[in-house]
Design a protein around this ligand. Structure first.
Ligand SMILES: O=C(O)C1=C[C@@H](OP(=O)(O)O)[C@@H](O)[C@H](O)C1
Ligand SMILES: C=C(OP(=O)(O)O)C(=O)O
Length: 419
C-alpha cells in the first residue's frame, strides 16, 4: 500500500501529539521495578509501548518486542533481575541490531543470558537472578539504550552500580532522561564525572506519573511549518501559518526539545503557552547550516529532508548511530532524496553533507520507508513542495505515532490510498 499526499496551501491547526515512547517505556520499567500499583498516566498508544506493556503483563515466557529498540534493551536488563526464564525476540531487523555490549555488561554483573540465534544479536534466552552490583566499564559510543537499561536496574543490585563509559558518549540526553525519571521514582543516581555514573542501592517508589507529549513527533510539525510556502505573510492577510502542539513543555528532559532552537534557524518561531507550543513562521532562514546531531539522532531525518527541500546546504555530524537504527538511515536518506533530485553524500558513516548539488528528479517518486517510521514521517512534509508525493508502506508510523496520518488530514492534507 502507499499514500498519495496533497498538502494544504496554509497550515492552521491544533494537534494533540502522541505521548513520548521513550518516557512511556522508562516509566513502565520503573513502575514494574517499584512493584507499583499506580499505572503511569498518558502512556503512548504506539507499537513500541504496546509491546512493553504486553511483556510486563502476566509473565509471558516468549516475548516479541517487534521493532522496539527501547523495549529490547530495557527488558534485557529487567528480565536479568526478574525470576523465571524467557526468550525475547523481535523483527528481522531487530535481530540485526547489536546487543553484545549490553549482554557482556550484564554477564559481568552475573546475569544468565544466552544467544538463542546469532551471537551478539537478539533473540536472547534470559534467566533472571540476583545480580551483585559493582563497577563496570562499557562503550558509550554505540547506543545509550544499553546504558539506560543498566542504570534502571542499578538501585536493586546489592551494592548499586557504577558505570564507566568509554568513547564519545552518544545520545547523552537519553541517559539524562533515564537519570531524571529514576530520581522521580525515588532512586539516587547521578553523573560522578564526565563519563561515569553512580547509582546507589535502594528501592523505587510507587508514584503517580504522567507522560509528556513527544518532542520527536513535534519535529514533523516544525518541518511542515518551515516548508509551508504560505503567502499570507503581510498584515492584510488573516490566515497565516500557525500550528499549536499541545502537551509540550519548554523545560522538557527530552533531548529532542532542542529541535525547536535549530528550527529558529530555518524560520520557525516557538512560543510557549501553558498548553504547549505555538509555531509560526519568522524571518528568513539561514543560507547554510552546520549542526552536530550526536545528542538528537532521531531528528536527523527531519533536518536532512527539510534543508534539502528549503534549498539550504548542510553538514550534519554526529550521526554514527544512524546505521543501526530501524534501517540504515544514512543510506535510506541518500537513496530517497536522490529520487527527489538531491545529491546528498556521507562521510565516515557519521556525517551527511549536501552542497546544493541536484540531479534529475523522478517524475512520480515513491518514497520507500524501510520499516522505519521516521522515513515516512520526515518525508511526508515534503508534499508541501512536491505535489502528489507517494509514501510507501505508510503504516510504519505506528511504531511511535499511530495517529500521524489522521493528524495530517486534520491539518488539511488529502490522502489517497493506492493498493
Ligand atoms: O533511550 C531512548 O529512549 C532512545 C535512545 C536513542 O537511541 P540510541 O541511544 O541507540 O541512539 C534514540 O535513537 C531512540 O529513539 C530512543
Ligand atoms: C531509533 C529509534 O527507536 P528504537 O531505537 O527505540 O527502536 C527511533 O524511534 O527513531
Amino acid at each position: 500500500m502507499r499514500y498519495k499526499l496533497s498538502a494544504p496551501a496554509t497550515l492552521h491547526t491544533t494537534i494533540q501529539l502522541p505521548a513520548s515512547k521513550s518516557i512511556s517505556n522508562r516509566a513502565l520499567i520503573l513502575h514494574a521495578l517499584a512493584q507499583g500499583c499506580i499505572t503511569p498516566a498518558n502512556l503512548s498508544d504506539c507499537d513500541d509501548t504496546r509491546v512493553m506493556i504486553k511483556a510486563l503483563d502476566g509473565n509471558p515466557e516468549h516475548i516479541d518486542i517487534l521493532a522496539a529498540g527501547t523495549a529490547m534493551r530495557f527488558l534485557t536488563a529487567y528480565l536479568s533481575v526478574t525470576p523465571g526464564t524467557r526468550v525475547i525476540t523481535g523483527t528481522e531487523r531487530m535481530q540485526q541490531r547489536p546487543i553484545r555490549i549490553l549482554v557482556d555488561a550484564l554477564r559481568e554483573l552475573g546475569a544468565q543470558i544466552e544467544y538463542a540465534g546469532k551471537e551478539g544479536y537478539p533473540p536472547l534466552r534470559i534467566t533472571g537472578t540476583e545480580l551483585a552490583g559493582e563497577e563496570i566499564t562499557l562503550a558509550g559510543n554505540v547506543s545509550s539504550q544499553y546504558i539506560s537499561a543498566l542504570l534502571m536496574i542499578g538501585p536493586i543490585l546489592r551494592n548499586g552500580l557504577k558505570l564507566n563509559l568509554t568513547g564519545e558518549i552518544i545520545s547523552r540526553p537519553y541517559i539524562n532522561l533515564t537519570l531524571q525519571l529514576m530520581k522521580e521514582f525515588g532512586a539516587e543516581a547521578a553523573w560522578s564525572s564526565e563519563s561515569s555514573i553512580t547509582v546507589r542501592p535502594g528501592t523505587y517508589k510507587d508514584i503517580p506519573f504522567t507522560v509528556e507529549s513527544d518532542w520527536s513527533a513535534a519535529s514533523y510539525w516544525y518541518q511542515m511549518v518551515a516548508l509551508n510556502c504560505d503567502n499570507a505573510t503581510n498584515e492584510k492577510e488573516t490566515v497565516k501559518t500557525e500550528v499549536e502542539l499541545s502537551g509540550l513543555f519548554s523545560r522538557s528532559y527530552q533531548g529532542d526539545s532542542r529541535g525547536a532552537e535549530i528550527f529558529t534557524k530555518l524560520g520557525v518561531r516557538t512560543a510557549h503557552t501553558d498548553r504547549g507550543v505555538i509555531l509560526t513562521k519568522m524571518g528568513s532562514p539561514v543560507a547554510r547550516i552546520k549542526e552536530d546531531l550526536v545528542d538528537i539522532p532521531d531528528l536527523a531525518q527531519t533536518f536532512v529532508v527539510t534543508c534539502c527541500l528549503m534549498n539550504i546546504p548542510f553538514r550534519f555530524t554526529g550521526l554514527q548511530s544512524l546505521k543501526i537504527k530501524e534501517t540504515d538511515r544514512i543510506q535510506a536518506l541518500i537513496t530517497e532524496l536522490h529520487k527527489l533530485g538531491y545529491v546528498v553524500k556521507s562521510e565516515e558513516d557519521s556525517i551527511l553533507i549536501w552542497d546544493g548539488e541536484r540531479c534529475e528528479p523522478e517524475a512520480n517518486p515513491v518514497i520507500a520507508t524501510y520499516e522505519d517510521h521516521r522515513m515516512a514521517m520526515a518525508f511526508a512534509p515534503a508534499a508541501m513542495r512536491m505535489p502528489s508525493l507517494l509514501i510507501a508502506e505508510p503504516q510504519v508510523v505506528s511504531k511511535s505515532y499511530p495517529g500521524y496520518w489522521k493528524d495530517l488530514q486534520q491539518a488539511g492534507f488529502e490522502i489517497e490510498i493506492e493498493e
